[in-house]
Design a protein around this ligand. Structure first.
Ligand SMILES: Cc1ncc(COP(=O)(O)O)c(C=O)c1O
Length: 458
């Protein structure tokens, strides 16, 4: 039993509850509390289902959750319990996952640009696996971490238009030189890594990248490396409304892996899925703290009509520098739902959402058609799990909206299966194994054959 997650870490709810139900209850309770301005409700069971679905769709791939995507304690504890590893981008994230007891061999320091002090921190805390894609990073690691095991970050497409300035990875052409330099510096390179970004990728891009990775492995082998690890990154969709479903992407990846890294070839495959795991599990509620009215200009319309039409700007206590930072990470513009149902005959107005009034640039959303709202009214945002909660909150940094974690009894039983406590009675077994959805069917398989033993990684 891992013991990272306990029943006291979340609210146990019956199967069939929705985060919306829970949120409505909390809002009723909060009715009396005037200073509560925003909070999250997180369905941990949704993450369990995603995990089962991941294992079913990509049976050869071990997930390392990128902590920067959601560093909240409940999420880290749950994923640790499920046997996932963690991809960390700095010392704070490493400290965060180690503080709950995650062993160093389940941590991957995945940032392509690392501060020397953080590399030294990783070295002194036993974290060995990290990435590089240029000589400067290589030199930093060679000087500061004698036991590092590196993955060379590659990009499959060298055309500038294919990559934003946020993307990293060296071209196949530069691989040989970097691997030779690593040899000279006596740095151990254990494999290849790529991350294709998160902008609704075509599945074939994964296949191309796996093919390029295989060529990079060949160069490594020629130079005498014994590479045995391939990281295929993240970028899998977190919701169902995307052009390509997760399972379709997974099917393309599996075919590419079978072709270029067939089972038994001695290469372990990992991925760093962030938004896939977490987006749909979190719902956010925020109240309006201030509002401004802007008369709408409607040339040509008669006076009476233009008088009833106006634009409204609503300020929330959170903005793009806190919870809505997801907007900076390629997430779609959040669509608020109203807590109170408006009267059907209330006119809607062009509305904008802003962060706290102190920052004029803090734009959350524009052009929303909403009925007129008042200060104190609540807005509800679904699919708010990814890139909304900073690790700093765990380490006593900026105050963050409170998170209420919930999980159904059935999901908890599935988690206990991972904890090495298979359901005891026939009734227990049936409830865990009930094929409630495609993800839960996997629970049935897992109850019979433990296909996934928590990674002994690398
Ligand atoms: C290197 C790397 N891996 C994985 C991820 C996770 O991406 P996603 O949340 O789209 O799965 C990111 C996100 O920025 C990243 O930079």
């Amino acid at each position: 039993m891992n013991g990272y997650l306990k029943e006291s870490n979340f609210m146990m709810v019956e199967e069939g509850f929705t985060t919306r139900d829970l949120l409505e209850n909390l809002l009723v309770e909060l009715g009396q509390v005037s200073d509560q301005q925003a909070f999250f409700v997180a369905d941990l069971g949704d993450i369990v289902k995603k995990h089962l679905r991941f294992l079913k769709a990509l049976p050869r791939v071990k997930p390392y959750f990128p902590v920067k995507c959601n560093g909240s304690e409940g999420v880290i504890r749950l994923l640790a319990e499920l046997g996932a590893g963690f991809a960390c981008t700095n010392k704070a994230e490493i400290a965060c996952v180690q503080s709950i007891g995650v062993p160093a061999d389940k941590i991957f320091y995945s940032s392509p640009c690392k501060q020397v002090a953080h590399i030294k921190y990783a070295a002194s805390h036993g974290v060995q696996l990290m990435t590089f894609d240029n000589e400067v990073e290589l030199s930093k690691v060679a000087r500061s971490h004698p036991h590092a095991r590196l993955l060379l970050g590659i990009t499959a497409d060298s055309s500038p238009s294919a990559h934003s300035s946020m993307m990293f990875g060296t071209t196949l052409k530069s691989c040989r030189h970097l691997l030779e330099t690593a040899k000279e510096k006596a740095v151990e390179v254990v494999g290849i890594s790529f991350h294709l970004g998160s902008r609704g990728l075509e599945p074939q891009t994964f296949a191309q990248s796996v093919a390029v990775a295989q060529l990079a492995f060949e160069i490594g082998t020629e130079l005498g490396y014994q590479m045995h690890l391939l990281d295929i990154g993240g970028g899998f969709p977190g919701t169902e409304d995307t052009r390509t479903r997760f399972e379709e992407i997974a099917a393309v990846i599996n075919s590419a892996l079978d072709l270029y890294f067939p089972d038994g070839c001695g290469v372990e495959i990992v991925a760093t899925p962030g938004r896939y795991y977490i987006t749909s599990a979190f719902t956010f509620a925020a109240s309006i703290t201030a509002r401004e009215e802007v008369p709408a200009e409607q040339p040509g319309s008669d006076e009476e009509e233009s008088g009833s039409k106006k634009s409204l700007v609503y300020h929330l206590s959170d903005g793009i520098y806190s919870t809505f930072s997801c907007l900076l990470f390629d997430s779609p513009c959040p669509r608020p739902q109203l807590h109170k149902r408006p009267c059907p005959d209330h006119p809607s107005h062009s509305s904008s959402l802003r962060g706290p009034p102190e920052d004029a640039e803090d734009h959350i959303a524009d052009g929303l058609e909403l009925p007129e709202l008042q200060v104190g009214d609540w807005l509800i945002f679904e699919d708010m799990g990814a890139y909304t909660i900073a690790t700093s909150s765990l380490l006593g940094g900026c105050p963050q909206p409170q998170i209420t974690y919930a999980m159904s009894r059935v999901a908890w039983k599935a988690v206990q299966f991972f904890q090495g406590k298979p359901p005891q009675t026939e009734d227990d077994r049936e409830s865990v194994c009930a094929p409630l959805s495609c993800g839960w069917e996997m629970a049935e398989t897992l109850c019979v054959t433990p296909v996934f033993t928590p990674a002994s990684i690398i």
